[in-house]
Design a protein around this ligand. Structure first.
Ligand code: APR
Length: 236
């Protein structure tokens, strides 16, 4: 029986690739008002400001490279059944080699019709501009879940977490729901780890491993791939 690992990531896993987090010092929500750039109301009020916000982030993603944490997570597939559930909209997990990545908050390298949400286009050019339209002639928007919009794949993700033998949570403040609620679906018997460089509220039953993703995950992956227990953990 192959050990099932679910890895749940947030902006912190891409921080060492040079991409900004949201709530740290220098984070995006200290520079921008969520309402202005990441909400349907903001889009209605000033679509150009919203497009500019995501164009800047898309350019950063296109210029970024996966870091050692993304690569370590991808390497776990050598021995384990791995699913990555990410709140991140970048493609760094995929570029590092992870083959099963679920984006619950959307993807910045895709554009979506404002008239028909089923019309989604790969979008690897730097900008979406006013006037870039779908085949039906409607303005394109980033294929990102804004605050107040439905988060994706949550039933599937809760089921996956509920079947995990190991649940690794990396680089997320666990402050945005419903995504953060995934931690409640982790089985009691599963090995549950939370990795972050800063102390944060640790969900019941989780072990806290203090450190950055790019420093902790390569060691953790080496331990797991070698069949060693993770630092101080139990390995089913
Ligand atoms: N390695 C690991 N964790 C890190 C690192 C690092 N190098 N640097 C920062 N962190 C941690 C921070 O300590 C924090 O706990 O990553 C977390 C980042 O938290 P947030 O900035 O809140 O990002 P995230 O949890 O992904 O936000 C969730 O909020 O605004 C929405 O849609 C947006 O998906 C995002 C969601």
């Amino acid at each position: 029986m192959t050990t099932k690992i679910v890895v749940f990531t947030g902006a912190g896993v891409s921080a060492e690739s040079g991409l900004k987090t949201f709530r740290d010092m220098g984070g995006l929500w200290r520079q921008y008002d969520i309402e202005d750039v990441a909400s349907p109301a903001g889009w209605r009020r000033d679509p150009e400001a919203v497009l500019a916000f995501y164009n800047e982030r898309r350019r950063a993603v296109l210029a970024a490279e996966p870091n050692a944490a993304h690569r370590a997570i991808a390497s776990l597939e050598e021995r384990f059944d791995v699913t990555v559930i990410t709140q991140n909209v970048d493609d760094l997990h995929e570029r590092a080699g992870s083959s099963r990545v679920i984006h619950v908050h959307g993807e910045i390298l895709k554009a979506r019709s404002t008239a028909d949400a089923s019309l989604v286009y790969p979008w690897r050019q730097p900008d979406i501009a006013l006037g870039d339209c779908c085949e039906k002639g409607s303005q394109l928007r980033p294929d990102i879940v804004w605050f107040g919009e439905s988060v994706r794949f949550m039933d599937e993700c809760h089921a996956l977490v509920g079947e995990a033998n190991r649940f690794l949570v990396v680089g997320t403040s666990l402050t945005v729901f419903p995504a953060a609620g995934l931690v409640d679906s982790a089985p009691r018997h599963a090995d549950k780890l939370l990795v972050s460089p800063e102390p944060q509220a640790v969900p019941d039953g989780f072990r806290f491993v203090r450190g950055t993703a790019a420093s902790v995950l390569p060691r953790l992956a080496d331990d797991w791939l070698a069949g060693r227990e993770a630092a101080g953990g139990k390995t089913p």
